[in-house]
Design a protein around this ligand. Structure first.
Ligand code: R5P
Length: 311
């Protein structure tokens, strides 16, 4: 359909990359990605990309996926690609966007420098942990959002319960919660979260009235599930009622997440396929695909058209 661009993928989320390519009616570009016996990755492009616009689709949940992406970009750059757009549905290390205490790195800034130094010309990503991460880049960044996609799924398939409130689990997610609130026509409640460590946290305040009301708790990601579990406890302490719905864009979904969120009151957990965790046997969990959103973004970027309709 579009001749002058090539879509490559790493090994992080082949199902999503394939769905994007199918939606664009374009085959994925041929690459060989293997591992050397010592674990280092070996990458070779098996087709020309000379003077093409190359889109590389790869979420970077693990360090290996990040290095693989860097290798793919470097290979495309050395093979005379005209332009390289990294499509990183989940941008790892985004939570390290500032120094929490002394002698810490700002890894999100470091990743930005690495991507740009290997030759990424343009970044497409989804629901950044903090919007100011875009400021680490001096190339165009299209920071898209999966919120409309998730809201559509909630409206059309989950029948939002009457009186539902949208709950932000911490101060960082208030703007996102307001967007859900606007799209689902439900008021916002904000929790105050205090982290004692990476895995220990408490909810100290519930700002807003949840008494007798069902809740949709939203977040940018579910990692250990600790934030949402503590949020559910706090909401019920304040008198919230069933059902609880949960919606988050990214699902790193560490093993414990399923157990931590296994409450009888949680009717549904929605996450998108930015990372592609396998949850087919997790009752009550549902994957909502962002493949159409990414395909539309790639189509518009390849044609030099505005992405306005996606925001
Ligand atoms: C924190 O600021 C993030 O927005 C998420 O709330 C957090 O990273 C989720 O992680 P976990 O599921 O481990 O609590």
């Amino acid at each position: 359909m579009l001749d002058d661009f090539v879509i490559l993928r790493g090994t992080a989320n082949p199902r999503l990359a394939t769905a994007v390519a199918e939606s664009l009616e374009t085959p994925l570009g041929a690459v060989a990605i293997e591992r050397f016996p010592d674990g280092e990755c070996s990458v070779q492009l098996l087709q020309t990309v000379r003077h093409k616009h190359v889109f590389v689709i790869q979420p970077t949940r693990t360090d290996q996926h990040l290095v693989e992406l860097l290798c793919l970009v470097d290979a495309a750059r050395r093979a005379a690609a005209a332009r390289i757009t990294a499509v990183i549905p989940y941008l790892g290390y985004s939570r390290s966007d500032k120094r929490g205490s002394r002698r810490e790195p700002i890894a999100a800034g470091m990743i930005a420098r690495m991507l740009q130094s290997v030759g990424v010309d343009h970044l497409v990503t989804l629901d950044l942990h903090a919007p100011q991460i875009e400021g680490f880049y001096h190339i165009p960044v299209d920071a898209l959002t999966a919120v409309p996609t998730l809201c559509r799924a909630i409206r059309e398939e989950e029948q939002p319960p009457a009186g539902m409130v949208v709950v932000s689990p911490d101060a960082g997610r208030v703007k996102t919660a307001m967007e859900y609130s606007r799209q689902l026509d439900a008021p916002v409640v904000v929790l105050h979260k205090r982290r004692q460590s990476d895995v220990a946290l408490e909810i100290t305040h519930v700002v807003g009235d949840v008494r007798g009301r069902p809740c949709l708790i939203i977040d940018d990601m579910i990692s250990t599930g600790g934030t949402l579990a503590r949020a559910i406890d706090a909401l019920f302490r304040e008198g919230a009622t069933e059902p609880i719905l949960i919606a988050a864009t990214h699902g790193p979904l560490l093993d414990d997440a399923r157990r931590k969120l296994d409450y009888p009151t949680v009717k549904r957990v929605l996450v998108t396929d930015t990372i592609g965790a396998s949850i087919s046997d997790w009752p009550g969990w549902r994957i909502v695909s962002v493949s159409e959103l990414l395909a539309t973004a790639i189509r518009c970027i390849a044609r030099g058209e505005s992405l306005r309709e996606l925001f």
